[in-house]
Design a protein around this ligand. Structure first.
Ligand code: HEC
Length: 230
């Protein structure tokens, strides 16, 4: 009786173990065939197998919309570009000249100044466009300043209404003492939209002026070699 029970238990265990082995073997052969070098069960490679930890040698790109610009553009601090425009009397259509960060003579127009004011992402990654606050409706615009149009910039800040002019933010062409310069060159932590502005941000803008033609300068007169006197 005891032996019978034992037989049943061992029999069942054996059948179970053999069954498991057969099942596992079936799964393996089903997936891999008759080979021992099968790696289908390994976790999938979720990264590129090519080593990517090569030392980076390229200069860091500045993350601004202006990086898409053509390489033959000038590179200048945004604040200097606007400054050059203000210093020559802030022309609406005429070209103005400026010297870029590498000392190159360049020219630009108000259009490029304007895009710094009306486009987002110009002053730091994710920066708001100036006009998202200083918009056309002076009744709601902070400092009653409309930066969306040439006329709005000229009309200045602290305007009573759309018809009147206010404080000249360009300080009559004296860039260094203008309100515009102050508000884009110094970070104002307590003014929304002005805390993170980076005044030294370099952008691509303008077109280089052709270098002076070397043929225009008279070449030095070649003097005849004097005959040596004996
Ligand atoms: C998030 C909204 C916001 C953004 C974006 C913003 N500003 Fe302002 N700006 C303000 C506020 C608020 C003031 C202070 C208003 C006050 O003192 O009553 C101000 C003040 C100014 C002033 C001073 C005007 C004065 O008479 O005191 C100038 C100039 C100015 N901003 C220019 C700019 C320029 C240029 C940009 C874009 C680079 C810009 N702002 C982006 C909100 C903003």
């Amino acid at each position: 009786m005891n032996d019978d029970v034992r037989k049943y238990i061992y029999g069942t265990l054996t059948v179970f173990v053999v069954g498991v082995l057969v099942w596992v073997g079936f799964l393996f052969v089903n997936a891999c065939g008759f080979t021992l070098t099968c790696n289908r069960g390994q976790p999938a490679v979720d990264r590129t197998p090519i080593p990517t930890l090569l030392p980076a040698t390229l200069p860091v790109m500045q993350d601004t919309a202006h990086n898409a610009a053509a390489p033959n553009e000038c590179r200048v601090a945004a604040v200097d570009l606007i400054g050059a425009w203000v210093e020559v009397g802030s022309p609406e259509t005429d070209v103005f000249q400026f010297v870029d960060a590498s000392g190159q003579n360049c020219e630009s127009t108000f259009d490029e100044v304007r895009s710094l004011l009306i486009e987002g992402n110009q002053w730091y990654t994710g920066s708001l466009a100036c006009v998202s606050c200083h918009s056309v409706d002076v009744a709601v615009s902070p400092a009653q300043l409309d930066l969306s149009t040439y006329a709005g910039i000229m009309a200045g800040s602290r305007r009573a209404d759309a018809e009147s002019t206010g404080t000249d933010i360009l300080s009559a062409g004296k860039w260094d003492s203008s309100l515009l310069y102050e508000f884009i060159s110094t970070s104002k932590a307590d003014v929304p939209g002005h805390a993170e502005i980076k005044s030294d941000l370099l952008i691509f803008a303008g077109t280089p002026l052709p270098a002076p033609d070397p043929r225009a300068t008279p070449s030095p007169v070649v003097e005849a070699t004097p005959t040596p006197t004996p």
